[in-house]
Design a protein. Sequence first.
Length: 392
Amino acid sequence: MDTQTPGSGRPTWLEIDLEAVVHNFNLARKKAGGQSRVGTQGSAGNGVEVFPVVKADGYGLGAVPIARALQQIGAPGFCVALIKEAEALRGGGITGPIRLLSGFSPGEESRVVDLGLEPFLYDLAAARRLSQHAPQERPVAVHLKVDTGMGRLGFGVEEVAEVLAELTRLPGIRVVGIASHLACADEPQRPETAAQTDRFSGLLQQPEIARLQLTASLANSAAILAHPETHFDWLRPGIMLYGGSPFFPDTRETGLKPVVTWLSRILQVKELPSGTAIGYGHTFTTSRPTRLAQIPVGYADGYPRFLSNRGMMTLHGCRAPVVGRVCMDLITLDITDIPQARVGDRVTLMGGSEAGAISLEEMSSWQQTIPYEVICRLGKRLPRHYLGGDWT
Ligand SMILES: *Cc1c(COP(=O)(O)O)cnc(C)c1O
């Protein structure tokens, strides 16, 4: 068993496989099925561009190293939710367009201009504020966000023509795109996706909108993989880049490669007699002479306390159950059935390919959530170690 721990030396860390991210990005490119209506030559080679979504620090896995790798292989630009996230990308050497999915707050207009961002716009007051800060000779490119049935952010479909008429009169702003978001694409059999797509297409065909030649975007990961008719001009893949299935708990084959492995090492081994109570609250009592391993990770790292007496970890190709409560910095495993386990041995909390490995999807089902939430909640204090190529 190897004994090397990468990074800062803390014996608990994440390995993030950039080759797998690149594979998953290339899968999005391959899937890009629609034909561009505006005739631009996109990164997918057929006019459909793929803009990786790296909001929330790349869904918790590290936006800058991931965006750098994808920029190197030709990603035309990126999407983030917040200005702060865009700033981190610029600081990390990302030079292409950055699209701001959640817009900007009052007071942030000049940062939108200075960072060269392309905000999604969903209210006119924000447009007017931005107009006052944007140089007339170098207008800010904006994308109109339309609500076609998500019932969340965006102008109503019926308002769009009027809003566009007003926006085209504002100096310092140039409407270049129109975008909407799908509510049910992750359940491919549901009819709402076709209804939203029709509504979006109908909008694009209105003569006063069609003549503006806007670039249109509707597809997230689920729609990229399952609904080619939603692809329009550019795609917004998020979870698929990070190896998570957008269809979970549906287990259909996606062709995605897992990206993240969560590792640690045994800190201490001890043997206790039958009838010994373990940990805070004494929620577990041994029922046989028991070997326990202490693992230096806890809920402060994003391992849910909910997995107390429920979770498992993999070592030596076997699974060991979490016993007692998950603590802030420590978790106890029952390794009685893995007699070869020693202090310093590698333990896998999630991911990897050894026998008994716990996939991101299985971890999600234990937590009664989706892969998105599991990776977004991986603790900030976990060292992230990037593998694969010289992408960083
Ligand atoms: C987060 C987000 C995406 C990416 O969604 P995935 O399901 O992770 O692919 C796409 N579009 C918008 C507007 C988003 O907020």
